[in-house]
Design a protein around this ligand. Structure first.
Ligand SMILES: Cc1ncc(COP(=O)(O)O)c(C=O)c1O
Length: 420
């Protein structure tokens, strides 16, 4: 469906079935069964419009950016910088100079820990995280703590993973905290964290705030100025864009005060054998030839998402997630982790006495793609007392009937494993 048609639809009810048909990959059988793709938290699928935009870029406009003065280089530069402007508008950044392209959320967090962290932290300072962070928002800080002598502290998660223990916040927000880095929507639990409040608390202490938006950027309406964060990181491949592109929003005054992350072409002002000066943000942080085709694809993905409308996506995600949650509860013998009320489009669960990986392997035989394991949150799994969970995660191209197919596959699994 064209973006124009999608925009027209916005005024009326969204035709989710025809939106689904924009995703060619979903129309296939796996092991003889219609594919049910419930692994979008790991990576979403892309619509034809994104695939087409990348193809057109390579067929018509590709050359290296910035350096050339020939037509194709100018076109590629316009496409790349146009994508930056599109991303800035999508997150309501004050300027496109506040958007740095990276390979994804992981690289963005490494950039921040390395550039901001090494320049600003000293022994005794505290890095405040939560107990539900993805390894991408934990390991870079552990590496930084080893280098700087700063200490990691963790906002505690309630025992059943329902959310952060808000009643204990006061004890953690002390003047020793120099940086708060917190996941917006947990990829393991579906918890939606009170990031606006957390950023405000950080600001009151003079600490910087970073939001890991890997799971929220493609699902929720994000206004970085309203959130009051210093930085917000995201991955393109979780929001209908290509792999290998993502980025970060950073408040310009913060970015301007940060040293470069990587050195190389594009990020310099002037170089001599014994001296170098650097460009202003965003280019200071983008050494080497960037992922232009990725940026073009991300631009198309954002156009696509906004044509549907983020409010419509949030409502659709919430409805299908609630339906899945209730269907799993009705199945009986299922332990569901995370909040009972509002949650992101993720449901983590375990079928009584069935290993999560065995379960995921079995339902795959029925065409149902779930994810099993620790979901890159090993410490959280230890806290919950399980080695891992099965996880179903949803996006706007999923439908209720697919939840029914998953439930049917789970019922069969239970019979097979002798539990029902
Ligand atoms: C909450 C969260 N943060 C960070 C990441 C890392 O994203 P990427 O692998 O795209 O860099 C993920 C990926 O699953 C995630 O779910």
């Amino acid at each position: 469906m064209s973006v124009e048609l999608l925009e027209q639809q916005r005024k009326g009810a969204v035709d989710w079935a025809s939106i689904r048909s924009d995703f060619p990959i979903l129309d296939q059988k796996i092991n003889g069964h219609q594919l049910v793709y419930f692994d979008s938290a790991a990576s979403s699928q892309r619509p034809r419009q994104v695939i087409e935009a990348i193809r057109e870029y390579y067929e018509r406009d590709h050359a290296n950016v910035h350096r050339g003065i020939h037509e194709l280089s100018n076109r590629a530069t316009a496409a790349y910088e146009g994508a930056r402007e599109r991303v800035a508008r999508y997150f309501n950044a004050a300027s496109s100079s506040e958007i740095i392209f990276t390979r994804g959320a992981t690289e963005s967090l490494n950039l921040l820990a390395s550039s901001w962290g090494q320049a600003n932290l000293k022994p005794g300072d505290q890095i405040l995280l939560t107990e539900m962070e993805h390894h991408s928002n934990l390991v870079p800080w552990q590496m930084l703590a080893q280098k700087t002598g700063a200490e990691l502290v963790f906002l505690p998660v309630l025992d059943e993973g329902e959310g952060l223990d808000v009643s204990r916040f006061d004890a953690f927000f002390t003047p020793r905290v120099k940086v708060l880095s917190c996941v917006h929507i947990s990829n393991s639990l579906g918890v939606i964290n009170p990031v606006k409040e957390l950023c405000l608390r950080a600001k009151e202490l003079g600490a910087i705030s970073i939001i890991d938006g890997a799971q929220s950027a493609g699902h929720a309406s994000i206004d970085v100025q309203d959130l009051g964060c210093d930085f917000y990181v995201f991955s393109g491949h979780k929001m209908c864009g290509p792999t290998g592109i993502g980025g970060l929003y950073g408040r310009l005054e913060r970015l301007a005060a940060m040293p470069p992350y990587h050195g190389g072409g594009e990020m310099i002002d002037e170089v001599d054998y014994d001296s170098v000066s650097f460009k202003a943000p965003p280019h200071r942080f983008e050494a080497g030839t960037p992922n232009m085709a990725g940026a073009v694809g991300l631009h198309a993905a954002i156009d696509y998402i906004e044509a549907i409308g983020r409010e419509a996506i949030v409502a659709h995600d919430a409805a299908i997630t609630k339906y899945a949650f209730e269907s799993l509860q009705n199945l009986g013998g299922v332990k569901i982790f995370g909040p009972r009320g509002d949650r992101g489009a993720v449901v983590s669960f375990l079928l009584e006495d069935v290993n999560a990986n065995d379960l995921v392997e079995y339902v795959d035989k029925r065409g149902v793609a779930l994810r099993g394991g620790h979901h890159c949150t090993q410490p959280l799994m230890k806290k919950l007392g399980v080695p891992g969970t099965a996880r179903a995660s949803f996006y706007f191209y999923n439908q209720r009937e697919e939840v029914d197919l998953m439930i049917d596959a789970l019922q069969r699994a239970r019979r097979l494993f002798g539990k029902g």
